[in-house]
Design a protein around this ligand. Structure first.
Ligand code: ZN
Length: 467
């Protein structure tokens, strides 16, 4: 018998996960043994001798969880683009175009985060909300304020969520209001370095992972000198980079008009493209842009909700994946997107891709209406929200397999949740792909019963029971 590794957690039940590609597989009852570093050490047949011994040891130690009938284990979700301060205005103001929405609603709101009491109230609520929805990893934009953004990082770390966090840079005095911008380009760069140093200190106490992100808001907010300075910082420190590019017509054309080249080329020339660069949207990018992103191994965060409001088009995700071989994750893009639930984002990714494929104007002949070959399956959208997002961030997570980080959630399909999923024939349904599809389309926070990040419980089961 193989020797069992040192186990810190044992979870037993049926699961749904991608294994190698983008197809979700139903896995029958298994015993997942998680070691003290948060990694899935073994996945055992529960009927075997190894499983019996491990289960017995875990029961005695008090770290054994057995799923109830109707409960399933799934990988945790990875939100690759979310503006934490905008949680406070989520669901409002979406009737304006992006450039109006920013000035009218978003900049005044973000400016409020220099108040630490306000920042802590909003940020702690958002982190808790995301964890309750099964989001185990989040890539956050903070605000221009360094201290408030460090508070966000500290709150995510304390709650057990894996977080990538960036202090926003907006250093162009001609593009940003006096009361909400970096005081100078020099100050923006110095504050970014101070922020990355602060994250480094916090990260020492966050085994689940806490990463600083160099974060120019987007090209229109920044001077070229600022962008280049941030590119240097990213290259010197190896930090992640996040920004928006080719989101909508206005922002896409801004780069072409100011610099004579696309936003992707501006970022490339500023030294901001690399394998740790996460680009929001990329809806209007040319094929040449996409080839450049591939050459730099940069990754895309697809945000279908906010694209429906601000992008005036649908991102060609299937082309990005299949033709350009790019890494793609999903983003809720709070609050350009209205839902904090990445489950909702999965659904919208499918819906938007199907509308791109079929077209939307019934006055056109069917053959001329859409873009064939664009549709994503629900399995593929789930892959983007789990393993795809993890791969985009360089994490071995997002799949329930040996050697992967144990980032996982228990989805309860039963009436005990208050949101019973429509499963009427238990024998036929149990463990079928149809159960996964119902989970993907109908799950709400009520169905998410437990969440683990890096092998540690981040959201306990209701009532405080262990199993
Ligand atoms: Zn955004």
């Amino acid at each position: 018998m193989a020797r069992l590794p040192h186990i810190a957690l044992a979870v037993e039940g049926p699961a749904f996960t991608t294994v190698t590609g983008r197809t979700v597989e139903a896995v029958p009852d298994r015993l997942y043994l998680v070691d003290s570093t948060g990694v899935i050490a073994r996945v055992l047949d529960p009927a075997g001798d190894d499983a019996a011994k491990a289960r017995h040891a875990a029961e005695i130690a008090g770290w054994y969880t057995k799923l109830e009938p109707g409960q399933y284990l799934l990988p945790g979700l990875v939100d690759t683009h979310i503006h934490a301060p905008q949680w406070a205005q989520t669901g409002t103001g979406l009737d304006e175009p992006l450039e109006v929405w920013l000035d009218k609603y978003t900049f005044p709101l973000e400016a409020r985060f220099s108040d630490p009491v306000w920042a802590e109230a909003v940020y702690s609520d958002l982190v808790a909300t995301l964890l309750r929805l099964g989001t185990t990893t989040a890539v956050y934009y903070g605000t221009v304020d360094t201290e408030a953004t460090l508070t966000l990082a500290a709150l995510a770390a304390k709650a057990g969520q894996r977080a990538f966090v960036g202090k926003v840079v907006a250093d162009d005095p001609g593009a940003n209001p006096r009361w909400y911008r970096d005081s100078s380009t020099r100050a923006a760069l110095a504050e970014t370095e101070r922020f990355l140093g602060g994250i480094g200190q916090l990260a020492a106490k966050a085994p689940q992972g806490l990463y600083g992100v160099v974060t120019p808001r987007f090209i229109p907010s920044c001077t070229l000198e600022g962008l280049k300075g941030l590119g240097q910082i990213a290259q010197q420190t190896g930090a992640f980079v996040q920004t928006h590019v080719s989101e909508g017509d206005w922002e896409h054309h801004f780069s072409l008009e100011r610099y004579g080249v696309s936003g992707t080329v501006v970022l490339e020339q500023a030294g901001l493209l690399g394998e740790r660069t996460i680009l929001g949207h990329v809806v209007h990018a040319s094929d040449d842009d996409l080839r450049r992103l591939y050459a730099h191994d940069a990754v895309i965060s697809h945000c279908p909700h906010s694209n429906a409001y601000f992008a005036s088009a649908v991102a060609p995700v299937r082309r990005m994946l299949d033709e350009f071989k790019l890494r793609v994750g999903l983003g809720s893009d709070i609050s350009g997107g209205f839902s904090p639930s990445l489950w909702q984002t999965i659904r919208q990714a499918v819906i938007s891709s199907r509308m791109l494929q079929a077209g939307v104007d019934a006055a056109r002949a069917p053959a001329r209406r859409g873009r064939p070959g664009s549709a994503l399956t629900v399995d593929e959208a789930f892959y983007l929200a789990t393993a795809g997002g993890a791969e985009a961030l360089g994490l071995k997570a997002g799949r329930l397999l040996e050697g992967y980080l144990f980032d996982a959630q228990v989805i309860d399909t039963t009436s005990a949740t208050g949101n019973r999923l429509p499963l009427f024939d238990e024998a036929a349904d149990a463990g079928s792909h149809g159960v996964f599809e119902k989970i993907a389309y109908l799950t709400t926070a009520a169905n998410v019963r437990q969440v683990w990040v890096h092998g540690a419980q981040a959201v306990p089961p209701p009532g405080g029971a262990n199993h």
